[in-house]
Design a protein around this ligand. Structure first.
Ligand code: C2O
Ligand code: CU
Ligand code: CU
Length: 598
């Protein structure tokens, strides 16, 4: 696999650590790590004698080979899991897939997972969507090296829903996920059980990913700076690790548990016969009532619970789920380049926003009865602004986009660089606002919020200049390394120019503006409002009916010019909890920060 060589972590943290001097009174354990020059080496967690698990799993991440395309097998990285203790249905393999097995847990279970790293690089596993203590959350600080073990112990506090396990090491999350390290977690609870939703063979995980292979069937990954700026896009779609995924179904209702496991690709999911998609749940579990959508936007890290009813269909009838055309998630220039076939030495990417199939379904069995779609699905507390500790000063999450630096709140990632606005009192409910710092009306956003909140963004401002300068330098170096890739195609040249122009500042906002799936660790949030600055564009019209209102979320797609307000509880656990762009190339570029809950 070809990929970018990361600049040394030492240099990165040596540079960013200096920013800490501006802030005082960080907890001593964080302060103690400062000046160590790089991500400190923490002691891996060990099993505790007084934790009595209901379920115990040995989970190994290791190099492996899997047959994906006809011909030569593909070298991948893979999760292998073994059930040590617990119900037999805890682990379900996806046959022939590089993906890890589906893990099924029950709310209230005490779970121990022994993560063994057999990769030739550091790694750590994060339970995306689960509400667990900071130490158990898979923070990059706890990355372990080859041959080491990290023991996770937590109680399942989540309501029923679909979650994800995937690696979260600093700077290499995207490449490890791309090489195959990911899996689905299904949580069940009493409220869900009462609904008697389709289960067993009628409940189907659908993990959608895009990949690119070379002529020897080996994975090809980000070869240019552009692949990191825009995200890396494959030239084909895999479902559950398989190309051309087909499903034989009976003429009855199914439950499709859909997860976008791509590093960067955003989908606009729709049935090809134009029947609506019946959505019964999102990231954080079941909606209150089912909703019918003409299509649903699904960004990396997001999940969708779909009721798919094939009753009344004849044997032999077919249906396909497609990604329909849309625009506006990438900068115009990139969209054009991709339309013209953006790609490197190993073929062209499937253009983002083009119309292509994801998987197809064929009715092969007639059955006489089918469960009915429940009218009422679940109940959850709806947060109001009045529930929040900060109704007048939302916690800012400012997306800043520059040619060499995709950042949040103007600063690149550093585990020990916590802005005042990123310090959240334990057991509070917070109003939060995600917006493009340079998008639309040009930087207003940041300033407004800074005035409102009187915190955070001032530092953000400072950090911006300083931070992006440094990142810029680093970016350049990365870019140069790539030069060696012999890339002589027009696209890069353009990107280079675009970079230069951006570097000069001024007016680059619109040029670079793109959509970002913003993810927060810890508890789910609720979306309060989405507003689009400068009115709705033609581009926005191609996606706007695909957002699910209501429900519990942990990842939200923020379109260019969009301002999204959410309410999120920060209960139970102190410590560092990350928030980041789930475009994993962006995450690895530093579009990631921590909240310190204290
Ligand atoms: Cu799915 Cu912090 O990630
Ligand atoms: Cu997460
Ligand atoms: Cu992003």
């Amino acid at each position: 696999m070809k990929r970018i060589i990361n600049p040394s972590r030492r240099r990165f943290f040596a540079q960013t650590g200096a920013g800490l001097l501006a802030y005082t009174a960080l907890p001593s354990w964080l302060q103690a790590m400062e000046g160590m020059g790089e991500m400190p080496k923490m002691t891996p967690n060990k099993a505790s004698a007084n934790f009595h698990p209901d379920v115990e799993i040995d989970l190994t991440c290791q190099p492996s080979t899997v047959s994906i395309l006809p011909g030569q097998p593909t070298r991948v990285q893979q999760y292998i899991a073994k059930l040590v203790k617990g119900p037999a249905n805890t682990l379900t393999e996806l046959p022939g897939s590089y993906l890890g097995p589906v893990m099924r847990f029950q709310k209230g279970q005490k779970i121990r997972i022994n993560l063994h790293n057999q990769l030739d690089e550091v790694s750590i596993t994060h339970w995306h969507g689960l509400h667990v203590p900071a130490l158990m959350d898979g923070h990059p600080l706890y990355s372990i090296g080859k041959g080491e073990t990290f023991v996770y112990e937590f109680e399942m506090l989540n309501r029923a829903g679909m979650n994800i396990y995937h690696p979260h090491p600093h700077n290499t999350t995207a490449s490890q996920v791309y090489q195959g390290l990911a899996g689905a977690i299904l949580v069940n609870d009493e409220e869900e059980r009462r609904l008697e939703l389709p289960d067993g063979e009628y409940e189907i995980p659908i993990v959608i990913q895009d990949r690119r292979f070379d002529s020897e069937n080996q994975l090809v990954y980000a070869g240019h700076m552009r692949d990191r700026m825009m995200g890396f896009y494959g030239d084909r779609i895999l479902v559950n690790g398989h190309p051309d995924f087909n499903l034989d179904v009976a003429s009855r209702a199914y439950r499709f548990r859909i997860l976008n496991g791509s590093t960067a690709r955003i989908y606009k999911l729709a049935w090809d016969d134009n029947s609506p998609i019946t959505v019964i749940g999102t990231d954080g579990g079941l909606l209150e009532t089912p909703v019918n959508k003409p299509y649903v936007m699904l960004a990396p890290g997001e999940r969708l619970d779909v009721w798919a009813d094939f009753s009344g269909r004849n044997i032999g009838s077919q249906l396909a789920m497609r990604s329909r055309s849309f625009s506006g998630v990438l900068p115009k220039m990139a969209e054009r380049m991709m339309g013209g076939g953006m790609g490197g030495m190993h073929g062209k990417a499937l253009p983002v926003g083009s119309d292509y199939p994801i998987f197809s379904v064929k009715v092969t069995r007639q059955v006489s009865d089918s469960p009915a779609l429940p009218g009422k699905l679940s109940t959850y507390h709806h947060y109001q602004i009045s529930d929040t500790a900060n109704p007048n000063k939302p916690v800012p999450i400012a997306i800043s986009e520059g040619p060499m630096a995709m950042l949040l709140n103007g600063r690149p990632y550093a585990y020990n660089d916590i802005l005042p606005s990123e310090r959240i009192p334990l057991n509070t409910v917070q109003l939060m606002e995600i917006f493009h710092a340079h998008g639309g009306s040009g930087g207003h956003g940041g300033a407004d919020t800074a005035k409102q909140s009187g915190q955070g963004m001032q530092h953000g401002g400072d950090g911006n200049a300083e931070g992006s300068h440094k990142m810029g330098g680093m970016g350049m170096m990365r870019g140069m390394n790539h030069g060696g890739d012999n890339n002589v195609e027009g696209g890069d040249h353009q990107m280079g120019r675009m970079g230069m122009m951006g570097g000069m500042g001024g007016g680059m906002g619109m040029m670079m503006s793109m959509a970002h799936p913003i993810h927060m660790h810890g508890q789910s949030f609720q979306i309060i409002s989405r507003t689009i600055e400068n009115g709705e564009s033609e581009d926005y019209a191609t996606v706007k009916d695909g957002f699910i209102e209501g429900g519990l979320k942990d990842t939200v797609l923020v379109m260019p010019g969009e301002r999204v307000k959410v309410i999120k509880p920060f209960q139970d656990f102190k410590g560092l909890f990350m928030y980041h762009c789930h475009n994993l190339e962006h995450e690895d570029m530093g579009m990631m920060r921590d909240f310190l809950i204290e």
